[in-house]
Design a protein around this ligand. Structure first.
Ligand code: UD1
Length: 429
């Protein structure tokens, strides 16, 4: 299995092109199931999760064609067409769904367009129990009959199809919002989703659905109002830049010091994290084609952080921020409020000599002067990149194993960092 080897100590300088967002590309691909016409998506990142979802969609009968591959210099992403004219199977089997939680979301469009779906209960990163009750309650509100048998959710729409209704989520959920929104666009009547997630990826998908002929208002807010239509048509739509990737590289520069332009990165999608970095002592400047991060690599001011749904500090940057704060000039409290088991990186960061104590959902990080290179293991997608960030400044050599987690969500990570001066390479056993 591949590993990543890093020799710490180099500053990062240059330019990194931010890829299309994984968390938008996946639901956008799933949205193709809603129409019998072609959906063409641009700026799709080449990631293991995208390939996995391609397999799932192909299993339903979707015809997928890669129109254009990213070229090496531009790193412009792929253009892919999805033709869901003929759906041969409305079942998403365990073997395919268990690798990635987001594949469960196909239940919304399948049910809306075909009146039935049988989808395996999901898997994905081991960061908490991640139940699906909001999805199922939401679909039931739209009139669906739901049964769970042998690890599968079997959903059936009433005669005449799903019916619009009020859906109130007890807690903000990205996946449940995507799924109910996709189900509601083809339902009969009006659906109001209250306490909806308003992450930029939700708005990206909502705007794509509108481009396909859906009627959605309240985009960018916590209340989405959807007037069902009988059909959606094709569209040509671009995946937005990945704010988590941009935030991750910003933290890498903050850690190692240097000056890097995050080309296509948008601070507006990342304001809470940008504000924290600025408060900690990092310079961040908006430029025409992205934002620039400048840091001198010295110990940053310790700034407490609590994760929250958008526009709060993203849980998907918590591990990276913790890595950064292991060398802060003081003590930092990091509270995880979204997932109950998202501190698995703590044990691995400790191998570098970090001083972190966990008490329930709170991690207390006391900054240390130096980190030491170590052999560490990636445990989930975002945690694994926090180990790379630590390795960039650790004395000597760091080896990160189980990097298939990284490949699920970061496109050409080593290459992007190497181009900016990092001593990092992928090695095979
Ligand atoms: C998505 C993102 C993930 C991010 C997370 C939170 C994708 C592909 N993944 O995951 O990167 O970390 O949002 O920003 O976009 N919950 C329930 N019942 C449900 C659904 C969710 O209790 O039916 C809970 C979850 O356990 C969690 C919280 O709601 O505690 C938020 O989870 P959710 O927003 O649904 O995360 P995902 O959509 O899985």
């Amino acid at each position: 299995m591949d590993k990543i080897r890093i020799i710490g100590g180099n500053q990062l300088n240059g330019e990194i092109t931010i890829s299309g967002a994984k968390n938008a590309a996946l639901p956008l691909m799933i949205a193709s199931l809603l129409s019998e016409e072609k959906l063409i998506l641009n700026n799709v990142p080449a990631l293991a999760d995208v390939k996995q979802l391609q397999k799932i969609l192909e299993n339903h009968g979707v015809e997928i064609n890669i129109l254009e591959n990213s070229d090496d210099d531009d790193m412009g992403g792929q253009s892919i067409s999805f033709d869901a004219k003929t759906i041969t199977d409305t079942c998403a089997p365990y073997e395919l769904v268990s690798a990635m939680r987001a594949s469960f979301w196909v239940i919304g469009p399948l049910l809306a367009r075909f009146g039935e779906a049988k989808v395996s209960l999901p898997g994905g990163c081991a960061i908490g129990t991640r139940p699906v009750d909001f999805f199922l309650d939401g679909l039931k509100s739209l009139g669906a009959h739901i049964e769970i048998a042998d690890g599968y959710v079997i959903a059936k729409a009433p005669k005449g199809g799903l019916r619009g209704n009020r859906v109130h989520f007890p807690k903000v959920s990205v996946g449940a919002t995507h799924t109910i929104m996709m189900a509601a666009v083809l339902a009969d009547g009006i659906t109001i989703i209250e306490n909806a997630a308003r992450e930029p990826e939700i708005s990206n998908v909502a705007n794509c659905l509108v481009a396909m002929g859906a009627k959605i208002s309240g985009i960018d807010t916590h209340t989405l109002t959807i007037e069902g239509v009988s059909k959606l048509h094709g569209a040509n739509f671009a995946v937005l830049p990945d704010r988590i990737e941009a935030g991750t590289f910003a933290m890498a520069v903050a850690m190692s010091g240097g000056n890097v332009l995050m080309k296509r990165g948008r601070t507006s999608d990342l304001q809470a994290a940008v504000d924290v970095l600025i408060e900690a002592g990092v310079e961040i400047e908006q430029e025409e084609d992205g934002f620039r991060v400048i840091a001198n690599g010295a110990g940053l001011r310790p700034i407490d952080v609590e994760t929250d749904p958008f526009p709060g500090f993203p849980t998907d940057l918590q591990a990276q921020y913790m890595a950064l704060m292991t060398r802060s000039a003081g003590v930092v409290n990091i509270k995880e409020t979204i997932f109950e088991n998202r501190f698995m990186h703590v044990a691995e960061l400790s191998r570098f000599g970090a001083d972190i104590k966990v008490d329930g959902q709170l991690a207390v990080v006391s900054g240390v002067a130096r980190l030491h290179g170590a052999q560490v293991m990636a445990t989930d997608l975002r945690a694994s990149v926090s180990l790379v960030i630590a390795g960039l400044v650790a004395d000597g050599q760091t080896i990160v194993s189980r990097i298939y987690h990284l490949d699920r969500g970061f496109e050409r990570l080593e290459e992007k960092l190497r181009r900016c001066g990092a001593d990092i390479e992928r090695i095979s056993d």
